[in-house]
Design a protein around this ligand. Sequence first.
Ligand SMILES: C[S@@+](CC[C@H](N)C(=O)[O-])C[C@H]1O[C@@H](n2cnc3c(N)ncnc32)[C@H](O)[C@@H]1O
Length: 395
Amino acid sequence: MTTASYRIRPAGPDDAAFLADVTLTATRAQGRLPADFDEADWRGGFEEWSLESIDDPATDLNVIELDGRPVGRLRISRTPGSVELNGIQLHPDAQNRGIGTAIITELQSEAATRGVPLELHVERDNPNARRLYDRLGFTKTGEDGAEDVMQWTQLWNAAVAKRYDTPGTGMFAPEVLGPTVDRLAELADGGRALEFAIGTGRVAVPLSERGVPVSGIELSNAMIAELRTKVDETAIPVVVGDMSIVRAPGEFSLVYLVFNTISNLLTQEQQVECFRNAARHLSPGGRFVIELWVPELRRLPPGTPATVGVAEPGYILLDTYDVLNQHVVSHHFHFGEGTQAELGRTPHRYIWPAELDLMAQLAGFTLESRHADWTGSPFTADSPSHISVYRLSTT
Ligand SMILES: C[S@@+](CC[C@H](N)C(=O)[O-])C[C@H]1O[C@@H](n2cnc3c(N)ncnc32)[C@H](O)[C@@H]1O
């Protein structure tokens, strides 16, 4: 990783003292050292931890150099589902020169290329760092002790949000939305509904117009901004954050998560947490409804980890599978008459219905019904997707 005059190189055992030094200097300059701080004790622990990190293949611990001089520390972890920025500290002399911004921008482009989110934690008593992450488009997705958890993802940005709605056609066609809203209104059973990943309100707005009080949780401020062009927060209140973590006020008889969006959570752990979070919002006997596609593993020829989902004039959908990590990346190619195409990629963790039922069971749900669509067609071995209704016990 190299731009302008800074360089990033892997840390070695000889760097342990410097890494402790720069972290301490940066934290002290921000006035964030506790009154009872024991410097010798802290340095010993930090150096030992740095040496362990250098030996840990899951962690990438680096020294940031400016004009050949070490000026900072950068710790990154890479998992199949994310890039995690575990720490970045710059000596005060090297701050305000755009180095932090440049490094984070590079990590954003790495995450975008891999189609995964960039995640980080920021101490709540570090407003400068928080301002930087806000400016770079990170969204708070949860809390972890004294830190906020933040995430940046290239998906669902302002451009995507602006062209998401297709009134009257596609996923907004009355024949798609009508049965969806009818069934959800019935399942709400006179109570309040909460939509996880509410987006621009494709479903929530007509459901609320039907008289069902609806709230939402949503990660993308850009998607919420589009929703706000239709209804204000008194009509449909929304909490910004990760649907597997954050709490929306109140108790609900229905939580629903449609349009395959549970697969946007890229680990099994997050998906199970999403079920647990649904359970936390529901009153006894409440329902959690999931709309999800059935993974097309039977269409994968041996040795060819991809399927063509759609091939029509102007659009090709190619899904590439990583069956080891249970990931699929959908590649959407849009093109016109010329030779150029526009590519958009969305990563998912696919879930077989049986695994979904087990996740539900772990969170205290049982399967009440599974149909192939919102009108109640039978679910068969050939159904491409399903509407699964899970129910919390009534006690
Ligand atoms: C396919 S859209 C669905 C939006 C809406 N539910 C609908 O049916 O039109 C997916 C939405 O999920 C949101 N999303 C993705 N991951 C999320 C998460 N972990 N927590 C909350 N929202 C998330 C995205 O920002 C996006 O708005």
